[in-house]
Design a protein around this ligand. Structure first.
Ligand code: HEC
Ligand code: HEC
Length: 632
């Protein structure tokens, strides 16, 4: 008999917790194994409590153990018939049987019908079994109804759960299982309470005609208390609402708990809604885990389990929720009336926070690992050599000598950048700047294609990508050889050009592209005024300007191709240097970096609007080669 009950229990729970389809590779983790060890230890104490007639203590241990195992099974996505779990559950069942027998014999410590059984029947059964709707001829809204039974008459054989229809239907399979689908099965603990009550003699001493009260449900229920004052976090909490709780609520709960008719009357759109609670009243009692309905539903202590449906919160979410509730359910967002979606940090913010905790050494290690991975992904067939200095990590399929040469130029230019921008001696790029050197066009093009899903324009021989968190900080250069012609800047100039870009992009994309390219070329040609490529820039700029309709369009974002940006940027920067020298240009960059828009920043520094500046730039170019400027 026992065996049969056990097996049907297992099937019922297997369906409930494990789901019908088991994912391949589901397994119990070492951490969970450790927890199971602790659960076994706890169960070991039950016999002692029973001997000392501490029945309530014993029952609590068994219930806790059962809940924990259900949780583990659901987290690990294994059935409770799993070979690790099954013996422990069997143990629990044996202990429970002994406990029931001893408690009944001692005439104490039994299950209290009013407190522990009636609320289950009221909440889970009475909706189908009542005066108006007595499914199966059965009413389960008062003790009289339970005693009368349904079409099959007697539901209960006192002292013998295995022969009681009531218990049999709770653990049955398929359509016979009560509560009937789609309502979910009762939890293991609920079934155990009813089973134990039957085994202890199915005693009841109250008014048999009195209707059961759902609200008197077991455990503290947060009925219609007013919403609590919102407690603010002080920064010493172990768990942050904004970072650890809100993200999973947004993903797993808000879908059903929002809109005009949120499920269960509970809106989880804002923190305020969460604290206000739902149809049953408050769902969070700060500092009171067991009393918080949200915890009971998420932890499966009460049904239906949340989130409803297939989704499950992770073990980490679960642990965080526990600590957050215990720590007083404090709020660390800007405004409790603001949608949770808005206070949840973006992936970028989470990453930046993580990176900001790295030591300089850890940052460099991260850069190396990441760069090697990027190289492998984009150029899997070619191994890269690496050379490095304090500021740079040079990596590529060019010869090692060539990489060293590039590193030499880069180190020299880092000095120029520090001097030109008054940078302190500390690191320019956190974790160093990676410089990828490609010996041919093919491998160069492959990199942005694989890593950034971007095609490189035909005339482009280098690119720079740096984000403010320094999660990404690299430049790519195609080795175009050292020869300088009107069409080709030569390798050194190209490297310097991209390094300048990598410097200016540290503040994000606040500096316009023409200024980045222009400064890059300006700094690159500083010591080499006779460079043929540089000398060809003004004529090329004039060609590129021909399509413009008005002078201020020079500054328009996206107006020029990347091939045109170099010459236009270079000549514009030359013009501005002529107008105000390096100090004014430095002021302009400062303003832009701290977030100013281009037009007001230019107005501030050069006291001229975009149109005036565009016109004076045009006439400067025109005075060089008047014949080629298209007059409008
Ligand atoms: C969604 C509706 C629904 C819910 C909820 C529900 N039942 Fe039922 N129940 C039925 C229907 C319909 C029948 C008759 C058909 C059958 O026996 O399967 C029935 C029959 C039964 C019977 C058999 C009665 C007899 O004499 O044949 C028992 C026992 C029973 N229910 C117990 C429960 C218990 C205990 C609960 C709560 C834990 C519950 N039911 C919840 C719909 C429901
Ligand atoms: C698929 C829809 C769905 C999802 C997803 C969902 N819920 Fe629910 N939730 C419901 C329904 C339906 C109810 C009402 C259940 C009932 O009363 O029987 C409910 C009720 C609740 C209640 C009780 C409200 C009250 O006052 O009685 C809480 C608390 C709750 N959900 C929390 C959550 C949390 C937390 C999540 C995410 C982890 C979540 N829910 C995800 C559908 C959902």
């Amino acid at each position: 008999m026992r065996k049969l009950t056990w097996f049907s229990l297992v099937l019922a729970y297997g369906m409930l917790w494990g789901g019908a389809v088991l994912p391949v590779g589901a397994a119990i983790t070492p951490d969970q194994r450790k927890e199971l060890g602790e659960i076994r230890k706890e169960i070991g104490k039950v016999a002692g409590h029973v001997t000392k007639k501490e029945f309530d203590e014993a029952r609590k241990i068994l219930n806790d153990a059962q809940e924990k195992i259900s949780k583990i099974a659901s987290d690990a996505k294994v059935m409770e018939t799993d070979k690790t779990l099954a013996p422990i559950l069997l143990q629990i069942e044996k202990q429970r049987a002994t406990l029931d027998k001893k408690a009944a014999g001692a005439g104490q410590g039994g299950i209290n019908f009013d407190k522990e059984v009636a609320p289950i029947l009221a909440a889970k059964c009475a909706n189908c079994h009542n005066d108006e709707r007595s499914s199966g001829g059965l009413k389960l809204d008062s003790f009289a109804g339970l005693e009368a039974g349904g079409t099959n008459k007697s539901l209960i054989v006192a002292g013998q759960s295995a022969r009681s229809l009531l218990v049999a239907r709770l653990t049955a399979n398929g359509p016979a299982r009560m509560p009937k689908a789609p309502q979910p099965a009762l939890s293991a603990v609920e079934i155990a309470a009813i089973t134990s009550w039957v085994n202890q003699g199915a005693k009841y001493e109250g008014d048999k005609a009195k209707k059961f009260q759902a609200a008197a449900a077991g455990g503290p229920r947060p009925n219609n208390l007013p919403p609590p004052a919102i407690a603010r976090a002080n920064g010493n909490e172990k768990v942050s609402f904004k970072n650890d709780i809100a993200p999973f609520m947004v993903n797993l709960c808000v879908g059903c708990h929002s809109g005009n008719n949120p499920r269960g009357g509970l809106s989880l759109v804002t923190f305020e809604g969460l604290m206000k609670g739902g149809a049953s009243g408050r769902v969070i009692l700060p500092g009171n885990l067991e009393g918080s309905r949200l915890w009971r539903l998420v932890g499966g202590l009460e049904l239906p389990r949340m989130p409803q449906g297939q989704a499950r919160i992770t073990r980490t979410n679960y642990e965080n929720l526990k600590v957050w509730l215990e720590e007083g359910a404090k709020f660390d967002g800007p405004d409790p009336k603001q949608p949770l979606r808005q206070i949840v940090p973006t992936e970028e913010q989470i990453l930046a926070a993580k990176l900001s905790k790295l030591t300089p050494e850890e940052f460099v290690a991260m850069r190396k690992e990441k760069s090697e991975d990027q190289w492998k992904r984009s150029n899997s067939k070619e191994t890269a050599s690496t050379v490095e200095s304090a500021d740079f990590l040079v990596m590529g399929n060019a010869s090692e000598d060539r990489l060293k040469e590039v590193l030499g130029w880069a180190d020299e230019h880092a000095k120029t950048l520090r001097a030109a921008f008054g940078a302190k001696t500390d690191e320019i790029w956190k974790g160093k700047l990676a410089i990828f050197v490609f010996k041919d066009r093919f491998s160069f093009e492959e990199f942005p294609r694989v890593i950034e899903s971007a095609e490189i324009p035909r005339d482009t021989v280098g690119l720079a990508r740096v984000v403010p968190s320094f999660d990404e900080a690299y430049i790519c250069v195609e080795d175009i050889g050292d020869q300088v012609t009107a069409e080709s800047p030569g390798m050194k100039l190209s490297v310097i050009d991209q390094l300048t870009g990598a410097y200016l992009k540290r503040s994000g994309d606040k500096i316009p592209d023409w200024l980045i390219r222009g400064l890059g070329l300006a700094l690159a040609s500083k010591d080499d005024k006779k460079n043929e490529f540089i000398q060809a820039q003004p004529a090329m700029a004039i060609e590129s300007l021909k399509g413009l309709e008005s002078p201020e369009q020079v500054f328009e974002k996206g107006k020029f191709s990347s091939a045109d940006l170099g010459p236009i940027g270079f000549t514009l920067v030359q013009h501005m240097l002529a107008a105000g020298g390096p100090s004014k240009l430095g002021m302009l960059i400062d303003k832009l970096q701290s977030g100013a828009e281009l037009a007001p920043a230019l107005k501030d520094v050069y006291n001229a609007d975009l149109k005036t500046l565009g016109m004076s730039y045009g006439s400067m170019l025109g005075s060089r080669k008047p014949a080629k400027v298209k007059k409008k």
